[in-house]
Design a protein around this ligand. Structure first.
Ligand code: SF4
Length: 307
């Protein structure tokens, strides 16, 4: 048995981001979720792995800052205070400045050797502000009248015997008594997998003791004028979600040895991987493709991992 930190058992759970990372590279999953929970190891630099966990890829910095700025304002709403777009913008700009100042310590690609490019920050600054504008002018007027239930909280529940962690952006109740699960994304608008929202629906069914027909779930695209895409789930689709959760969790816990989590190196993938500097198979130094190629599906997956 590995030498785990006391919190490992408590926090060892299925999550959508864990599922995405497992599919991206099993060894990256191992570093993120297993090696970082070790007290020490004769073969791994555990303290470095714990620190690398905090890196964020360029592809997720903006989304994460926009989420944080909105979260702070919804907290104000929860305390019955007015929300402020200006405060959200200030918060976004201040935290972005922090990333800019310490870019090679905080952003994966710069940590992995990419030359820091001021244009990166110049580009995400105005588009982040624009997404906040969309949220406060278009999205919030629709959400504000609904009854507040919860926002941005890590919740844990048991699904078919598997502990599952979810973090929903916003849960409300409509006048008609329906639960509304709203998840916002800063990435491109597209048909999302059913897995993330399906897990949210299964959580809401348990927590609020209700049926799928009483739950409205939506993804709101802040980069596409706040367009909302509704999702509905049949019981067959929810069963599929459960099957994936159970099968993933088996893989995640079938062993805690690194050899059972094979590396899947690919230059662009490794260059955006937080653990490239400790992974013996990393190909981040072979990185030759255009980093900001938006058509590369690897980048879409990274956006999913944070949002
Ligand atoms: S550096 Fe590449 S091969 Fe190694 S863990 Fe990261 S993604 Fe996987």
């Amino acid at each position: 048995m590995q030498n785990f930190e006391d919190w490992f058992e408590k926090f060892n759970a299925w999550s959508f981001s864990g599922h995405q990372l497992l599919n991206r590279c099993k060894q990256a999953y191992y570093y993120q979720h297993i090696a970082s929970a070790l007290k020490s190891s004769p073969v791994l630099n555990v303290s470095k792995i714990k620190r690398l966990k905090g890196l964020k890829s360029k592809y997720v910095v903006q989304g994460s800052l926009v989420h944080d700025a909105i979260e702070d304002q919804i907290t104000q709403h929860y305390f019955d205070r007015n929300i402020s777009q200006e405060s959200a913008q200030e918060n976004f700009l201040k935290r972005l400045k922090g990333y800019e100042t310490c870019a090679d310590d905080m952003i994966t690609e710069f940590f992995n050797g990419e030359k820091i490019d001021p244009a990166f920050f110049e580009n995400i600054r105005p588009s982040g502000i624009e997404m906040l504008d969309t949220f406060f002018k278009i999205v919030w007027p629709n959400l504000k009248p609904l009854e507040y239930l919860s926002h941005e909280k890590f919740d844990r529940f048991i699904l078919e015997g598997v502990p599952v962690t979810v973090k929903l952006d916003y849960i409300t109740k409509s006048n008609s008594g329906k639960l509304v699960l709203s998840d916002w994304k800063t990435g491109k608008e597209r048909r999302e997998s059913n897995l993330q929202l399906g897990a949210y629906v299964l959580f809401a069914m348990q927590k609020y003791d209700t049926i799928p027909e009483n739950i409205f779930s939506e993804i709101i695209y802040l980069g596409s004028s706040g367009r909302s895409r509704p999702y509905r789930f049949s019981s067959d689709q929810l069963d599929e979600v459960k099957e994936i959760v159970v099968s993933d969790f088996e893989t995640m816990n079938s062993s805690y040895e690194i050899d059972n989590f094979p590396a899947d190196p690919y230059p662009q993938k490794c260059f955006t991987c937080s653990f490239a500097s400790v992974c013996p198979d990393s190909r981040h130094k072979d990185q030759v493709v255009v980093l900001d190629d938006p058509s590369d599906p690897i980048n879409d997956m990274l956006v999913d991992i944070v949002e």
